[in-house]
Ligand binder design. Structure first.
Ligand SMILES: Cc1ncc(COP(=O)(O)O)c(C=O)c1O
Length: 382
């Protein structure tokens, strides 16, 4: 028999191609004419001179890498400053920085549960939450999207330790979770509420303090937030915010904290620079929300279907995966970079163009983006 250990990969690749689901990397140039509505740089901070200078200064001072895991040599005074300032800004007692938002979600979901626990998880939650549930030894109840009553029932049905977890703003449709009601349901059940505020930080709440601050829940006894530093803060990395005893517990037990090299100093410095800039320029948060609402309003008025955005993500429905890919490619050819969501990234199987508003878009750029999306739309619009 011939040795062909990876033939199954070719079979899978053919099936993916037949379904129009092939993913490819497109390395971007440093300078490009493309108008970017695809990235997550919501506040336009990733290339802000103050932020890049802070990142460069941190690399010069502390080195290109953190040199070790956080508990060995990978915690610098800069990491400690970012943790203090993030916690204070978002209104929590303590914070812990991770190498990514993905690692932060894995940490919380594995360290706050045991084999006898239950995790109640919204069906629309991000893949890193799904993976955190899988990696924990807890049972997971996946409940219908944005359905606090289903969360209540699942928590009631379980006698032992439990927690509920939700995105604050869902990546696919850009809609917000009913955090106030969910917090009430969790409090009633004596369970913590874990909220992934990846898309809320810098966008929601006063001056961008996040979805939990906006809901009046920041710093609450049973509230834990996870963050990424890679969207509004234009850098890289993640964080967990919560009561100090939860953070101390993560330091001692979370494997994605203990067995992972600390976040690189440049990323820490960049995130800290962005946070300080946002504190000085809080109007950026309101501007990105306004841009999202304007993009949505114009596209819907022209006949496209899109959910009203609660934060920066504007999601426009496409008739099929193939047409979504073609639509995004046509936009790109016309000078506009947009995201494209299709199965398996969309739990409901509906493909979408995913547009991200940015605080630094001009009115002219907004008009250009709308015109391009409409001119390339696969459906008759208007
Ligand atoms: C909702 C959500 N949670 C977590 C993450 C992961 O964060 P990171 O990219 O920092 O790993 C992302 C996206 O990147 C996200 O959209």
């Amino acid at each position: 028999m011939s040795y062909a250990p990876f033939d199954w990969i070719d079979d899978e690749a053919r099936r993916r191609a037949d379904a129009g689901l092939v993913r490819t990397l497109r390395p971007r140039a440093a300078e490009t004419e493309l108008l970017d509505l695809a990235g997550n740089d919501y506040l336009g901070l990733s290339r802000d001179p103050e932020v890049t200078a802070a990142a460069a200064a941190a690399a010069r001072t502390w080195g290109a890498g953190a040199t070790g895991s956080r508990l060995v040599t990978g915690s610098t005074e800069l990491h400690a400053a970012l943790e203090r300032e993030l916690a204070a800004f978002c209104g929590f007692e303590a914070a812990l920085v991770f190498s990514s938002g993905y690692a932060a979600n894995l940490a919380v979901l594995t360290a706050l549960t045991g084999h006898d626990s239950l995790i109640v998880s919204d069906a629309g939650n991000h893949a890193s939450i799904v993976d955190g549930c899988r990696l924990s030894r807890a049972a997971t109840a996946v409940v219908p999207h944005a359905d606090p009553e289903a969360v209540r029932k699942a928590l009631r049905a379980h006698g032992g330790r439990a927690l509920a977890v939700t995105d604050s703003v869902f990546s696919v449709d850009g809609d917000a979770a009913p955090l106030g009601v969910l917090a009430g349901v969790c409090r009633e059940a004596g369970a913590p509420l874990v909220v992934d505020d990846a898309h809320g930080l810098g966008v929601l709440g006063e001056g961008g303090r996040g979805a939990l601050a906006a809901a009046g829940l920041a710093g609450g006894e049973g509230i834990v937030a996870t963050l990424t530093l890679s969207k509004s803060l234009g850098s890289q990395g993640g964080a967990v915010l919560g009561p100090a005893r939860v953070v101390r517990h993560l330091v001692n037990t979370a494997r994605t904290f203990i067995f992972d090299t600390g976040l690189a100093p440049a990323a820490v410095g960049g995130a800290l620079g962005a946070l300080r800039l946002l504190r000085r320029e809080p109007e950026r948060a309101a501007r990105v929300r306004d841009v999202a609402v304007e993009l949505h309003g114009r596209l819907v008025a022209a006949g496209l279907t899109a959910v009203r955005p609660d934060a920066a993500v504007v999601s426009v429905r496409a008739p099929s995966a193939e047409s979504a890919v073609r639509w995004a490619a046509d936009c790109c050819a016309a000078g506009l970079a947009v995201g494209c969501f299709r199965p398996p990234s969309v739990p409901d199987g509906i493909s979408r163009l995913r547009l991200t508003a940015r605080a630094d878009l001009t009115q002219e750029q907004i008009a250009t983006a709308v015109d391009t999306i409409l001119a390339t739309a696969p459906l008759p619009v208007g």
